[in-house]
Design a protein around this ligand. Structure first.
Ligand SMILES: [Zn+2]
Length: 208
């Protein structure tokens, strides 16, 4: 698979060798948020997490991350990336990206390229450890407890918790559905994760 838009390569040239060797997964975006670059670690991470070949076919060069099937997150990134471009400033924050077996925390750096010519996003693994059952007990994938009358299961796209029908304030850890995504999942954010992302924007006048 092609990994850099030839036009975008111009802006990357000071860093491209380092990025090719970098253990962190990196990607580049045009100002309209279309994908313009992936480093080798991006593909390695996707493959190691059983994301390939789906990720490469769903998110090739030219696809827009504004089309992420998770409106709160796509709105969040649209606002954050737009600010980095508008102010030509770098931003960083930490986020969860756990698998069924391990809790993981990543650090994201967003760096403008050229004069608002694009963005470079670097994702570095900061923390990885097995799930702590005492903090987040495991729940079985029981459809009747989670699938609503419209046939929808609500999953938080950040912490991957599943909203419990009998207690809408509860977002349970159901590893079987993290391993294999069930049909008809609505991709949103639980209240805790939504407030975390809102705090990153530090602006009460916008909502995601
Ligand atoms: Zn959450």
């Amino acid at each position: 698979m092609e990994c850099v838009d030839p036009e975008f390569a111009t802006f990357l040239s000071p860093f491209v060798e380092a990025l090719d060797q970098h253990a962190s997964a990196a990607y580049g975006l045009w100002p309209d948020l279309r994908l313009a670059y992936f480093n080798p670690s991006w593909f390695a991470f996707a493959a190691a997490n059983d994301g390939e070949p789906d990720i490469s076919s769903r998110w090739p060069l030219g696809a827009s991350i504004a089309d992420l099937p998770a409106p709160p997150l796509s709105n969040f990134y649209r606002i954050l990336f737009g600010r980095c471009l508008a102010t030509n400033s770098r931003r960083e924050f930490e986020y969860d990206c756990s698998s069924a077996d391990v809790d993981r925390r990543f650090h994201m750096v967003i760096r403008p390229l050229g004069k608002a010519a694009g963005l470079l996003i670097i994702n570095t693994l900061r923390l990885e450890h097995p799930h702590d059952e005492s903090l987040r007990p495991k729940h079985d994938a029981i459809e009747q407890q989670y699938r609503d009358r419209n046939g929808i299961i609500r999953m938080c796209m950040n912490c991957r918790g599943i909203n419990r029908l009998s207690n809408p304030a509860a977002w349970d850890w159901v590893p079987a559905w993290v391993r294999v995504l069930p049909d008809n999942v609505s991709h949103g954010l639980c209240p805790v994760c939504a407030s975390f992302y809102m705090a990153q924007l530090n602006d009460s006048t916008v909502s995601i």
